[in-house]
Design a protein around this ligand. Sequence first.
Ligand code: ZN
Length: 390
Amino acid sequence: MPETTSLDALIREWEAELGLEGLAQARYQERMRVLRFFMGLVVPVLLALLWLPTGWAVALRDALAANTSWWRTWMALLVFLASEAVLTLPLAWYFDFRVEHRLGLSRQTCWEWLWDELKQAALGLPLQSLLFLGLYLVFRTWPDKWFPGLAGLVVVFLAALYLLQPVFLRLKYKTQPLEDPVLTERLHRVFQRAGVPFAGVSVVKAREKTARSNAALVPRGAGTEVVLFDTLLESMSPEAIETVVAHELGHKVHRDMLRLMTLVGTALLLALAVGYGILQRLGTWDGLQGPGDVATFPLLGWILAWLMAGIQVLLNAYMRSREYAADRYALEITRNPAALETTFRVLARQNKALPQPPAWVEALLHNHPSLARRVLALRRWANQRTISEN
Ligand SMILES: [Zn+2]
């Protein structure tokens, strides 16, 4: 185990390892992350400007008589959301396709990428529209006591998102069971040590689409399934893969998904409550008829996008602390700091991650600590353990 060094020394060492071209690519990826965040703030404003001052939102509502029944409201929402999807498609293309190609990470053609986008939208758009349909129905039915209805709605929506995770994954990637009894048994043993019911290992055929690698635990029946990208299997030793799974088990055992969902749900509810308050004040402007009027949707979308972006920054700080906890857990149950460090290095190289992004970018936009910080923390824990064991 290398001894603890300073963060600066570690960053310099990794940057040298990346080389000039690798470093330039990693910095480019970081700039694109920032640009994407700010575009995410600009687009909802443009959409609101497109629909509201032009009178188009009111005209659409009147043409569909959209506030008179649930399905008419739903139709209007689908039109709004489809317009958003069309307007943001060039941005999605730029960030998910063009940037990924420039980084040498995507292996898809433009048409393949577009087809994947359409499939994801075919599931995502109705889901999103149902959330907002429920919202307007709640606003209309209980104009004064909307809060419990809204809370129920948010819980159902987040639960559906959680349960549909494997479906979203399989829409984009084909999966197959792992045909490696030795590795399967090894991962099964880590699950036993963590006390989590094991539901097998699936391999995601990601290689044909991307060079990125990833791993996740997803619900399957009463148990938990390990999902490994084939790109990860190719690049890591069984020991390193075990540490990746141990890290994910750390999240599972610490109930990080539940914590995150609770926080996101609370944040969403808070943002919706603020949105409702603003719609009460501004929602009768220029032909709009208050919070229950579906024509207010472009305004609500803008309010939500900005509030959630602000909240996301706070959530990121919390999630970074959960990542450290999962790393520590992985160290506890594998007792293999060297393999964990190797894992971080391989992931950094594969995903072209900057060892240490600028501090403000990390604080605002990253939900994982930088890889350099994670390695440093790891070395500190490993040293503490050695000292206490001696
Ligand atoms: Zn994690």
